[in-house]
Design a protein around this ligand. Structure first.
Ligand SMILES: [Zn+2]
Length: 287
């Protein structure tokens, strides 16, 4: 038992049913339906644009804090296509929020607020929210992957702490309203899980990079010496270009080594050791 109901590509967490149950018995049936409807339309926005760019949706997970569409080959599409896929969900909410601005009625006002709130939260630069994924896209354009991951984790933690502080103030000013506190604590609790999944994604990406990017696209050059640690070399890897390292021994150029040669070594021997260990393993092909 994994705490979820599975219907083909759909997974619904049991905790979602608890939320539904409590909202309905406390008299928020209509609110529950509205939130669920617009969260689903948001997710449909992502799925429709993904399909348009031939990105397959592997599954949709429904949790009490929202829905997530897991996409299969998202890394194989270009920067702007990814950007459109990530931004399309919040845009659906901005669209409906704007449409319902023109209706004057309590329920429609609720619909409007829910849509703007959904768009706002999802656009915050917190990973794995849409805003966090967009932020990551831009970070990866300018910085190596590991540095990008560190930045996004710090920003996400800063936001979760900010939410916890706002949550405490909210609790003092409006007793019983714990919405911000819950979001903050949830994000704070998730930070390690996010970090692990990012590390996993990093290795998955550098191993599969050749299938995704094809041979030689952009090359970034680095100058290092033979005692340079492999772990430190990894810090230079970029998302959408390859690294080439010019290795100097006693101040004299010895040979160059490509990113994929290093990855090949890591897959066989692990990340411990230095560049010299790779030289002993792999014969030098000139060119
Ligand atoms: Zn989204």
């Amino acid at each position: 038992m994994r705490g979820e109901v599975r219907l083909r590509k759909l997974k619904i967490k049991y905790s979602f049913f608890f939320l539904a149950f409590f909202m309905i018995i406390f008299g928020f049936f209509l609110q529950f339906i509205i939130i669920f409807l617009f969260v689903s339309l948001h997710e449909a926005g992502h799925i429709i644009f993904a399909k348009f760019f031939s990105v397959e949706t592997k599954k949709v997970i429904i949790t009490p804090v929202g829905e997530t569409a897991v996409m299969k080959n998202i890394d194989s599409v270009s920067f702007w296509k990814k950007f459109i896929i990530f931004v399309s969900g919040p845009l659906v909410n901005i669209f409906f929020g704007t449409v319902f601005l023109f209706f004057d009625n309590n329920i429609f006002e609720f619909v409007e607020n829910i849509n703007f709130t959904l768009a706002f939260f999802n656009l915050l630069p917190i990973y794995p929210l849409d805003g966090g994924r967009i932020f990551m896209l831009f970070l990866n354009k300018f910085f190596p992957i590991i540095l990008s991951n560190k930045i996004i984790i710090r920003v996400s933690v800063a936001f979760s702490v900010l939410f916890i502080i706002i949550g405490i103030i909210q609790l003092v000013l409006f007793p019983y309203n714990i919405s911000f506190l819950c979001i903050g604590l949830y994000l704070f609790k998730e930070r390690n899980k996010t970090y692990f999944s990012m590390t996993f994604d990093f290795y998955k990406h550098i191993i599969k990079k050749k299938n995704v990017l094809g041979n030689m696209t952009l090359l970034k050059s680095f100058y290092i010496n033979e005692n340079f640690e492999i772990k430190k070399v990894l810090k230079n890897f970029y998302f959408d270009c390859y690294c080439v390292f010019y290795v100097y021994v006693n101040g004299k150029f010895q040979r160059k080594i490509f990113e994929w040669e290093i990855i090949d070594y890591i897959q066989r021997k692990g990340v411990y050791g230095n560049i010299l260990d790779i030289f002993r393993e792999t014969p030098y092909k000139k060119g």
